[in-house]
Design a protein around this ligand. Structure first.
Ligand SMILES: [Zn+2]
Length: 453
């Protein structure tokens, strides 16, 4: 377990110098004290940050990232991309999912993500029949996370119908389907797995009707626990229009009609929300799950993050379809889209909190940890002992202060590697990357050849 001292560390209240850190056997911080001399402790580095939680992942989509960028038809959109994704999803076996996820998780760790929430709906065999055991696909993700050393919050997804008007699932969606009672049994069967957190997800209001939603949220497995609850919501305008047409309410309004949305909830995307919905979301304590590179890739729209921050709302980042697998890329996009929209600079900062990079990193760590089911976040006693050490010898960080080091690394250091990445008190990657990267890359190439032959 890690124990040592660093010159500068990014605590929730900002950068502090002379910080002593020690993790306990439970993988959480037992000691974080600033303003101390080194006194013979191991030197951890010059700039140490909390690791970044990735609050939204569909691991299998890494194997199709970059392969849907070719013109297909004049109305190419999220909905035509989704057909491509279904074709891809239909082919993947548990063994292939394990190989894809293991490689992806190693890549995520190398980029500074130390935990991931897997929004898992690829439950059954291609013909829709459960595997033996029925958790075979979930087990592949759990094994991949353990292999790669990334922290996992598994979010089994309830997915039942094709639209707001009770449309049945299409044949290509049958791998995703669960009857509510079977889903609850599946969820109960995953509880108690060592080393992971198990939350729960509702694919979307399109995919789950009112009765199933009420049954799910009322069950003691959900109602009597603190497990996180995630949902895709208001990602596309067409979804908002369909919900309005059927229910006379926008999706986020409707979710608040149907559920007691609180700090346990993560609203993934929430792109198309009006001012009243934004105020409601911010006041609820729910975390907004932003996935800027995927949202850009799919043409979803721009989320009004500056307004959410003004309203005191919580947010975090996810790499979702994995076209981008670097937390800095997601965070840069958030600031840059705000700049492009407002024709200003340093939009996600103000006189009281002037450092854009510090605000982005700190807020995304706090919101992400909450969405992954952790009680506390960052470099504080009781939080998951996850950390990153910047490569202080990179010329990008030359003559830097802690503040400017983080800014340079985030905004100008795309080729700057991390010196060390730690999860739950243990080092999982160093300046050479993840120790298994070469071996796992070979397996990943083999699976890519199988899937794209
Ligand atoms: Zn998603």
């Amino acid at each position: 377990m890690i124990e040592g001292w660093c010159e500068h560390a990014l605590l929730p209240s900002g950068w502090h110098s002379g910080v002593r850190l020690r993790a306990g056997a439970d993988g959480r911080w037992q000691e974080v004290v600033a303003g101390l001399p080194r006194e013979g402790l191991p030197l951890l580095g010059r700039y140490l940050l909390p690791g970044m939680p990735n609050l939204h992942s569909h691991a299998f989509q890494r194997a199709m990232a970059g392969r849907a960028e070719r013109y297909g038809r004049p109305d190419d959109s999220f909905w035509t991309w989704r057909e491509e994704m279904y074709r891809h999803a239909g082919r993947i076996s548990p063994e292939q999912l394990h190989v894809i996820a293991r490689w992806l998780y190693a890549e995520l760790v190398e980029s500074g993500y130390t935990r991931v929430a897997e929004f898992h709906y690829l439950h059954h065999g291609p013909d829709g029949h459960p595997y033996a055991p029925p958790t075979a696909m979930a087990d592949a993700l759990v094994a991949a996370a353990a292999d790669a050393g990334i922290g996992l919050t598994l979010l089994p997804v309830l997915y039942q119908r094709g639209g707001f008007r009770e449309e049945p699932l299409a044949e290509r969606q049958r791998r995703f389907a669960f009857a509510t009672e079977d889903f609850l049994e599946f969820l109960a069967g995953l509880d108690g797995r060592a080393g992971i957190r198990v939350g729960c997800a509702i694919h979307s209001l399109r995919a789950v009707g009112d009765m199933a939603l009420a049954r799910l949220l009322g069950d003691p497995l959900i109602a009597s626990t603190r497990r996180p609850i995630h949902i895709h919501i208001a990602e596309q305008r067409a979804e908002v229009e369909a919900c309005l047409a059927v229910h006379g309410r926008r999706p986020i309004e409707r979710l608040f009609d149907l559920a007691r949305v609180d700090r346990r909830w993560c609203l993934v995307h929430a792109t198309h929300l009006d001012d009243a919905e934004l105020a409601q979301v911010a006041a609820s304590g729910a975390v907004v799950g932003l996935c800027p590179t995927t949202e850009a890739n799919l043409g979803d729209g721009l989320f009004p993050l500056a307004a959410l921050r003004r309203a005191g709302g919580a947010w975090g980042i996810g790499s979702d379809s994995h076209v981008g697998i670097d937390p800095r890329e997601e965070l840069r996009w958030l600031e840059y889209q705000a700049r492009l929209g407002s024709l200003g600079r340093t939009v996600l900062a103000d006189g009281g909190r002037p450092e854009v990079a510090v605000n982005l990193w700190g807020e995304a760590v706090a919101g992400g940890a909450r969405a992954l089911g952790a009680d506390t976040a960052g470099l504080v006693v009781g939080a998951d002992a996850d950390w990153l050490v910047l490569e202080e010898d990179d010329p990008v960080l030359a003559a830097a202060s802690p503040e400017s080091a983080l800014s340079a690394w985030m905004f100008a250091g795309a080729r700057c590697r991390l010196r060390e990445v730690g999860v739950a008190g243990r080092v999982v990657a160093d300046a050479g990357g993840h120790p298994a990267r070469e071996r796992w890359a070979l397996d990943y190439r083999r699976v890519m050849a199988e899937l794209h032959a």
